[in-house]
Design a protein around this ligand. Structure first.
Ligand code: GLU
Length: 261
């Protein structure tokens, strides 16, 4: 169905929800439970739900004795390799309460550029959704180089939304949407609605995420949202703590209208 406003989200056939590392690790580690409960509620009312989750690296850091994010790519990749399986176990344990089975899908940007890998990924995702499995997608960090890394998965989430023809993409953040200037600055106001084609040139984007474990920011979210909107998927950017309200259609975050068909 065509989802033309937040209030339509509970009626959406297929949604992609993206969460970043800083929203589910460190002092926000408890939010993974809130997230899974909201996803389970949507899944159980019949919505097809895909989760795009980073957090593999942040989850892996303590297991290889790192207290902060390293800068070299091989160490980041090693942390992701260690953390990805732990992250999936955390998700599956929480999904078990609702009898939902998760499926791990790891992709790189090259997979979307190559016809055969893109088509394989699309077919696998369709089958997972038909089987009522909840796919959990992350970047395949071990084979991604600095040049082709997605960063904190906002762009990956937009590509996944396009791949599966999602009705809505929900990008979860540490703040409730896009603000006219960094939300800590006086006078910053939440932008409620971005009509399709609106360029956001009056927005002053701040620097990258707060917790120092991820790599995204408001600018990458807005760019990903505009890409998804052009591909026909409406987008809501909101705070990870508000995910349940968002999936119930409440008036939270920043809504990006999709291109008309
Ligand atoms: N795929 C990475 C992860 O899951 C992305 C995190 C990042 O670059 O910050 O950890």
């Amino acid at each position: 169905m065509r989802v033309s406003s937040r209030q339509d989200i509970p009626e959406a056939r297929r949604i992609v929800v993206k969460v970043g590392s800083s929203s589910i690790s460190g002092e926000n580690a408890h939010q993974i439970k809130t997230l899974v409960e909201a996803l389970a509620e949507a899944h159980c009312r019949g919505t097809e739900v895909v989760l795009v989750s980073s957090g593999a690296m942040a989850t892996g850091f303590p297991y290889i004795n790192l207290t902060s994010r390293p800068t070299d790519l091989p160490t980041l990749q090693a942390a992701a390799a260690v953390g990805q399986s732990r992250l999936m176990v955390r998700y599956q344990e929480l999904l078990d309460h609702s009898n939902i089975v998760a499926g791990q899908v790891l992709l790189t940007s090259g997979d979307f550029e190559n016809d055969s890998t893109r088509s394989n990924a699309a077919l696998a995702m369709e089958k997972l959704l038909e089987l009522r499995v909840l796919p959990i997608v992350n970047e395949n960090d071990t084979v991604a180089t600095q040049e082709i890394r997605f960063g904190d998965n906002d762009h990956l989430a937009a590509l996944v939304a396009k791949l599966v023809n999602a009705d809505v993409l929900v990008l979860l953040s540490d703040v409730d949407g896009i603000y006219t200037k960094p939300p800590t600055e006086p006078g910053a106001e939440r932008i409620e609605l971005v009509p399709f084609g609106h360029l956001l040139d009056h927005v002053e984007f701040g620097s990258i995420g707060s917790a120092g474990v991820g790599s995204g920011g408001a600018g990458t979210k807005a760019a990903a949202a505009q890409f998804a909107a052009e591909s026909g998927t409406a987008v809501l950017i909101t705070n990870a703590a508000l995910v349940a309200s968002a999936l119930r259609g409440d008036n939270v975050g920043t809504w990006f209208d999709a291109a008309s068909e």
